[in-house]
Ligand binder design. Structure first.
Ligand SMILES: [Zn+2]
Length: 300
């Protein structure tokens, strides 16, 4: 590859982007689609760096540095995953885009674009239909189905996916040559193929410890069937935000590994996996979390 992206995996997607850059056939809007924590926004920011750097993405010049630090005057970053994007936000963006740009491009990065309210999305659609000169939108989503089809039809879609445990292990070994083998093994296993997650676990020992603890809890769980202990565990899961997601993710991964390893109870595990999926959907829809989790525990 021509540019130093410093990204784990996603080679095919990066090659496609490089082809667009080389041929001068850049789309005016890109939408990077795929599960969260796999580095979509990182790729988006690197692409912005490539577009703004006058020296083949040198990682040294002022443009490179400013894009990285999110203080580049013509690179607008709307980062976030929860807070909704309202019509006022889009209006402000339109206003900003009407001003002249001093750089090679005006790049607009929007993370988790499904955060837009319908009103905001409709207003945003108008900019996509008639994008200001030199402007390139790079957006990310993990819920393509929630977007207006009229928005999706006006962007170049790039699909991203999780990587395999073996691949991740190999790459982490390259990036962290001095790290303990045991840590690399655990991170590869626990990050569920999500490259962004893998890096944050490598860089954050406290978070890794939390994941390892939940991993042991999951193992323990599958061996012991005491329903009182399980319900008590649900209570503990609910005490801290995000813990439930981590627990369900690791549980799925452990079951998948068992199925792939030809475990005798594979049929039951497949059944459990679909129950976990159902629970995940229920939890997203703000049902009574405790009830949904207890129901899953009974069925494990
Ligand atoms: Zn540069």
């Amino acid at each position: 590859m021509k540019y130093n992206w410093s990204v784990i995996g996603h080679e095919k997607q990066l090659e496609l982007l490089e082809r667009d850059l080389e041929s001068g056939k850049l789309a005016h809007a890109y939408l990077l689609v795929g599960p969260n924590s796999i580095g979509k926004f990182t790729v988006a920011r690197k692409l912005a760096g490539i577009l703004q750097c006058e020296n083949d993405f040198c990682h040294n010049c002022r443009n490179c540095e400013q894009v990285e630090k999110n203080c580049h005057i013509d690179t607008i970053q709307m980062k976030g995953s929860r807070e909704s994007l309202k019509i006022e936000d889009v209006r402000k963006l339109v206003e900003r885009l009407s001003m002249s740009s001093q750089s090679r491009h005006t790049v607009v990065l929007i993370q988790t674009i499904e955060r837009m309210t319908t009103e905001a999305a409709n207003s945003f659609l108008k900019i996509l239909e008639e994008p200001p000169k030199k402007t390139i939108f790079i957006m990310t989503t993990n819920a393509l189905k929630l977007l207006l089809p009229t928005v999706v039809s006006r962007v170049r879609l790039l699909k991203f996916n999780v990587v395999s445990v073996n691949y991740l292990h190999k790459k982490l070994r390259e990036i962290y040559p001095d790290q303990d083998e045991e840590v690399i093994k655990k991170v590869s296993l626990l990050s569920l193929g999500k490259t962004g997650k893998a890096i944050s676990l490598m860089e954050n020992p406290e978070l890794l410890a939390k994941y390892i603890k939940i991993y042991h809890d999951v193992q323990n769980f599958l061996d012991h069937k005491n329903i009182h202990d399980r319900f008590a565990y649900v209570e503990r899961l609910l005490e801290e935000e995000n813990q439930t997601d981590i627990f369900l993710g690791i549980l799925k991964n452990v079951l998948r590994t068992k199925i792939l390893g030809g475990d005798r109870a594979s049929k039951k595990h497949i059944n459990t996996l679909s129950k976990i999926e159902d629970t995940g959907i229920l939890l997203k829809h703000n049902v009574n979390k405790r009830l949904a989790l207890e129901n899953l525990m009974i069925n494990l």
